[in-house]
Design a protein around this ligand. Sequence first.
Ligand code: SF4
Length: 365
Amino acid sequence: MFTIQKIKLFVTTECNMACGYCMIKNSHDYMDFETAKVALEKYIFWTPSVWREKFVYFFGWEPFLNFSLIKEIVNYIQKRKKDYSFEIRLVICSNFTLISKKTLDWILKNNIFLSISIGWIESVHNQHRIFKEKTTKNAFEITTNNIKNLQNLGYKREQIWVWLVIRNKNISDFFYYFKFIVEQIELNHINIEFIIEKEAWRQQDFIIFKKEYKFILKYLLNSIKTWNFIFLNNLNWTIIEKLNKNLWKFSSPVSYLTEIHPSGDVLFSWFFTHLSDEQRKNVIIENIKTWNNFKNFENIWNKKFIDEYFSDMQKLKDFNSWEFYPFLKSYISNFDDKIAEFILEKSKKYLNFKKYIDTIFHIYF
Ligand code: SF4
């Protein structure tokens, strides 16, 4: 069965910031409503849903630069609601700096989920999160105040996924930073985002990382014991996979990675924005407005393809620390594996652990 469970609409390729570690190539394209509408019809409404919910992500660079389009799309989805049986979760991925009081009200009213990236504690965040315009504005304060204002309006903290930007330079503060996000900014859904930097990871960075990550997992376990749950994206997926090995039976991974760019080109990684026009032609699944090639969804996701194009990506001169990535991934998955087993074992006996697992399933399905 061919299905698409999640699409990412890149409503603009422009950002109001110019962060030093930004991994996507800036340009100045804006999606139009027709492109978004075809994408929704073709991938969301015309393909069946394997689970209760499908997901529409509004991505950019900074999606709120094209807020008028987002509002138009959300209205369109709401009008079409009566025609389909599954739910649609709407998620905006943003730096959350271009937000007015009216925008906060709109987010609340339309039950929008948010995915917000925070680049470490205030001083470090501001060092890297630089506005394009010349200004003395405090980026960290703007983002976190907007989150607080939204929470004060009654927005549930579970609706925000925070992307925690991890840098080797500040790795000894990893646990402190994690706790800060939970206790000071009051967020409990966390996704660790490793930044691929110019500076390579050193041996001692890995040792510190392992120690800090263990503290985080201990802290997370304690959150289950006290019913004040904290969720970690990578650990969630380890638990889900352990419980349901057939999860992907009905869909290919590409059905979760479908990206529609303003031109209408459909890809499955924004890394491909770094490829030359010639190379890029080979990784486009189809153009939403001009041709149909559903077969490419299956064909394109194969080992040879991934090896070839991701190894090209690793040669990009701006990102010299690619080699660290598999190590961190393997450390994390080893730890997660043990913790997931522990949580599953406890869930057979204790209600709080069982509730924790049920909530994880509810986050994604
Ligand atoms: S806010 Fe995000 S998209 Fe914009 S420049 Fe920074 S890292 Fe890149």
